[in-house]
Design a protein around this ligand. Sequence first.
Ligand SMILES: CC(C)(COP(=O)(O)OP(=O)(O)OC[C@H]1O[C@@H](n2cnc3c(N)ncnc32)[C@H](O)[C@@H]1OP(=O)(O)O)[C@@H](O)C(=O)NCCC(=O)NCCS
Length: 201
Amino acid sequence: MSHTSRGLVQDGSSTQDGVLLCSLAELKLRFLCPSDLPEITTNPRFYALAATFHSQIIGLLVAETKPLSKMNKEDQDILPPSLTGQTQIGYILTLGVSDAHRGHGIASLLLDNYLAQLSAHESPRVQAVLLHVLTTNHRAIAFYQRRNFVRHTFLPYYYNIKGKPKDGFSYVRYVKVVKLRTADPTYITDGYVVTLMQEYL
Ligand SMILES: CC(C)(COP(=O)(O)OP(=O)(O)OC[C@H]1O[C@@H](n2cnc3c(N)ncnc32)[C@H](O)[C@@H]1OP(=O)(O)O)[C@@H](O)C(=O)NCCC(=O)NCCS
């Protein structure tokens, strides 16, 4: 962990604007367990990682793995049609950090862990990670864009917030090199534009 200047510190703790910053010794990552949320934790489709500080959950990432064919219609073209509907997609259902603990790298830690476990295998099962975000959520959009998520679709009235329709965007990040018929700049993996490869042609 190299981000020692803005919050996460190796030992001891400090405060900023009255908010206790996290010390590495006290910040822990753990998977949710059935006593937290039985519906999710008993289903292997879900990945639910929590960041805790003094044993309190202060950040959470929940993602679901599902086949492309089960994604919303408007999201199914994140991968080329040459891939079958059984291709697995990681869908981030939620990523959130409590107000008081934002800006200290906690969401980055959760997301990095999720992405690392997806690409840990030589042939990753999940080929792309998708999420939706409100078009007005500039902080989250900047966060994802800086982590190589690319905007996929504008989704008018995607959300219903307190009875009011709100627009959304879908964002996608490719986990491994996706092999395309043409070098389409939409398909980017870790910042590299994908080039032609034989396997999926
Ligand atoms: C978007 C959200 C999840 C970000 O959480 P966060 O914990 O503040 O995010 P991070 O601290 O990891 O990253 C935010 C910035 O803080 C910076 N930062 C500060 N201290 C840091 C540290 N010690 N380590 C790493 N990054 C640090 C990062 O550089 C990052 O800036 P960057 O994007 O320019 O790299 C949070 O604002 C949130 O919960 N929002 C409400 C819910 C939401 O909108 N979720 C997204 C839709 S699903």
